[in-house]
Design a protein around this ligand. Structure first.
Ligand code: DCP
Ligand code: CA
Length: 544
């Protein structure tokens, strides 16, 4: 594997420090190419270059941001494109006139803005568009949604050839559905920090992203499984390949990579990925809400490298624009207590509107994880209360819509991403219903007083009462657990979706579904486990 060390002699200080995720990705790419990246400007750390991510900043703004009157004599302020070109070319290329910000660009009387003011200015550059109500036709919107709706195991066609599979796993054991679901469940890891294997987890997660972007589902899955296993190892540090290979879901190759990371604090494979500017860009773009691997690949192919470039795309949807404006918000997990605050606010309003409703918070929150990526709420009625499913859905839809209107007026809901935007209809429920008709989900963002201004992703979903068991199972996850239990169901001749457990599903040559089959169970989560002949697992035992 080639390990480019083109930036060996450089010490970089990257500004601005936000969005944090973008900053981290750049840092990792620069370090892979040999640069030292520092985050304080102390005497012993004189940067050779200040790397400017925001192209439009003046020298004065840089000084104001760094809270200094002048920079060390030899420190140059360059745009990140120059660094990218060096990495791309495998050598240090000349700094062009457009690449460097020189002190002569100082405007004498320009106010010395505080970092916070600059942040605001930065924000102002984003033109805030009203959120459209009609659902976007964008393939990537549906790509995102299909991620959430995909209840079927991918067919063989979508997978990588079996040859890759053997190459990856060698002769080592595989993680099979039965070994996982029948074995004693692990106690879930309760915190994100404090895991002695965190560095390996981080690097493997990066690699998973890369393989997902490269459509190499099988390798992506291998890394995801390894991450899941390492997250359980909260009490001991795995340091050798021999130890690693004994763990569930870690084969020969990944075990060797683990040892390499422990010994060198680096992964050749990740360094190699990051040595390609396109790969770094791909990872950045895939962090935007509503941008899936397909769109990210297309944009990168057309020269998009930064969030700013993405903002200038004519095919950027309003939802993706919000995704860029709130890039860090949406990419940072929130503490469980904050998820609970969002949930309680919604639950109170829903149950005030209809005291019969059942309101539950699913996903990582139900699995009792300490940190949650978003808030997944389902709303339904008790089984049998409204036997006509259509009537139940009409009742629930009205409750959902009223809830959205009330909470948007209060400023709790901050934008609509999928589903009607109450603002566009003057908060008028009947007008919305006339215009939108039927819908069963509303995706958006919300903010709570204790952390006002930080937007969290929130999904509100209405569920037919009879499907509550299957829906609970699906939305509790985690994704890997769902995949495993679906495989088990298939192996036993069933098909499991978020709507129910079915049998006699006709399948084609590639295992694709040809018919829905007969419903076996959808009301009770426990019954689904029973029928599949696996011991019931509490939600907190489903984090794999
Ligand atoms: N889900 C799934 N497959 C997908 C997307 C979702 O099976 N492609 C299921 C399992 C997830 C649940 O839906 O656990 C909720 O989806 P989230 O993406 O919100 O995942 P989590 O709540 O588990 O994690 P996070 O804390 O990151 O939100
Ligand atoms: Ca979630």
């Amino acid at each position: 594997m080639v390990k480019s060390k083109v930036l060996n002699n450089f010490t970089f200080f990257i500004i601005p420090a936000t969005p944090k995720r973008l900053h981290n990705i750049k840092q990792s790419a620069y370090e892979s190419a040999g640069a030292q990246v520092i985050d304080t400007l102390e005497d012993e750390h004189t940067p050779s270059h200040i790397v400017l991510v925001n192209k439009e900043w003046t020298y004065a703004k840089v000084l104001a941001y760094l809270k200094v009157d002048e920079l060390p004599k030899l420190t140059r302020v360059v745009k990140d494109e120059w660094v990218s070109r060096c990495i791309e070319n495998g050598k240090v290329v000349e700094i062009g006139a457009d690449d460097e910000i020189l002190p002569t660009t100082v405007v004498k009387n320009e106010p010395q803005a505080e970092p916070s003011e600059i942040k605001q200015e930065d924000k102002d550059k984003f033109e805030v568009l009203p959120v459209k109500t009609e659902e976007s036709n964008e393939s990537d919107e549906s790509e995102y949604r299909s991620n959430h709706e995909n209840t079927e195991e991918p067919t063989e066609k979508k997978r990588k050839p079996a040859r890759d599979h053997r190459k990856q796993t060698g002769k080592t054991r595989k993680l099979t559905w039965d070994s996982v679901l029948l074995s004693q469940p692990h106690k879930v890891e309760k915190t994100e920090s404090g895991n002695p294997n965190q560095l390996v987890i981080d690097i493997f997660s990066h690699l998973e992203n890369h393989y997902t972007a490269a459509k190499d589902t099988f390798r992506a899955l291998a890394y995801r499984r390894a991450v899941a296993t390492l997250k359980q190892e909260t009490d001991r540090k795995i340091t050798t390949a021999e130890e690693a290979i004994k763990l569930k879901g870690i084969g020969e190759h990944l075990a060797e990579q683990l040892q390499e990371i422990v010994e060198t604090h680096h992964s050749e494979r990740l360094d190699y990925f990051h040595s390609k500017v396109e790969n770094v860009a791909l990872e950045v773009l895939m962090g935007i809400y509503g941008v899936g691997p397909a769109k990210a690949r297309r944009w990168v192919g057309e020269g998009v490298r930064t969030l700013e470039d993405a903002l200038a795309r004519p095919d950027l949807t309003p939802q993706q624009r919000i995704g860029i404006e709130h890039y860090d918000d949406f990419n940072t997990k929130m503490p469980r207590a904050e998820t609970q605050q969002h949930f309680e606010i919604v639950k109170t309003v829903v149950q005030k509107l209809d005291k019969d409703t059942i309101v539950e918070c699913m996903g990582s929150y139900r699995r009792k994880e300490e940190f949650c990526g978003d808030i997944d709420i389902i709303i339904t009625l008790p089984i049998g209360l409204e036997p006509d499913t259509e009537k139940a859905l009409v009742r629930l839809r009205e409750v959902l819509l009223n809830t959205v209107v009330i909470l948007a007026k209060q400023g709790f809901l901050t934008c609509a991403l999928t589903g009607p935007d109450p603002l566009a209809y003057d908060y008028n429920v009947s007008r919305i219903l006339d215009a939108v008709g039927s819908f069963d989900r509303w995706y958006g963002a919300s903010t709570v007083p204790s952390n006002y201004g930080v937007w969290r992703r929130i999904d509100l979903l209405i569920v037919p009462p009879d499907e509550i068991g299957a829906t609970r199972l699906y939305f509790t996850g985690n994704g890997l657990f769902n995949r495993t239990i679906r495989l088990l169901a298939q192996h036993k001749g069933f098909s499991l979706t978020q709507h129910g457990l079915f049998r006699d599903v006709a399948r084609g040559k590639r295992r694709e579904k040809l018919s829905e089959g007969l419903l076996v169970e959808s009301k009770s989560e426990h019954r689904i486990f029973d029928i599949l002949e696996i011991p019931y697992r509490e939600p907190e035992e489903r984090s794999m």
